[in-house]
Write a protein that binds this ligand. Sequence first.
Ligand SMILES: Nc1ncnc2c1ncn2[C@@H]1O[C@H](COP(=O)(O)OP(=O)(O)O)[C@@H](O)[C@H]1O
Ligand SMILES: [Mg+2]
Length: 264
Amino acid sequence: MGLEDVQRRFDRKLAKEGVHILRDANQWKVREDVFDEVTLLALYRFVQKKLITVVGGPISTGKEANVFYAEAGDRALALKIYMMRTANFKAMMDYIDGDPRFSGIRRSRKEIIFVWTRKEYANLSRARDAGVPVPEPIAFDRNILIMEFLGKDGQAFPPLKYAEGVDYAATYAAIVNFMKLLYSKANLVHADLSEFNILYGDRPYLIDFGQAVTRDHPGMVQFLERDVHNVTRFFSQHCDVLEERMLLMEIIQEKPTQVDAITE
Ligand SMILES: Nc1ncnc2c1ncn2[C@@H]1O[C@H](COP(=O)(O)OP(=O)(O)O)[C@@H](O)[C@H]1O
Ligand SMILES: [Mg+2]
């Protein structure tokens, strides 16, 4: 059975469940790239469990994942769907190997993506438990992660890179504190921290945790140095910042402190 048949069947099933799919020309294009059989099946299972009642349009179409707007009842959600076809399996393995939580897994290409999705879910949970503002992880299945939608009136908060009216000094202080909390409380290093993976709304949020690793990962120091470098590079264009070495020391050595109101 071709993919189009599967999609048609899927649409009929969804219609029977009363799920309403919003479509536009742009979304059709995305659907072809993203919604392979594995994805449709995982999506369908979420629908059956009523974890999703509305599937909306794409919020972001990246190289390895696409993020869609969705709803469950009146709750706004973001669906992050990792693409089976374009995933960079080798790069993914660098962040899976060495993390004791995910060692000893089967390593077919499919399995790597499924582990990656589970890893992002686990990382978001840990970060959240440590008090770092991240989207609340709600569920995962195969290559799909469901999380809280960060935005207002269906409009996602912009990445810090494109945000307007930013209080940079306060945001820098908040991000430094988030890095400390991640390191000392969640035992995690984000490993892809930059102005693109910070959403700026009513407060700053960290997103995109698939590659985040525990502190015992052998590449941890290098990942942390890179995060420190990216954060320093960006904020130094807008406000006073610590020297990279100082920031690194502060994250590694000191207990996190509540810097100010926006970090609460
Ligand atoms: N929970 C969310 N709520 C709202 N928008 C989100 C959420 N998660 C991701 N996005 C949007 O999707 C984009 C890509 O998500 P991200 O997790 O960074 O994936 P990628 O691996 O493609 O960078 C983000 O820049 C943001 O615009
Ligand atoms: Mg990202």
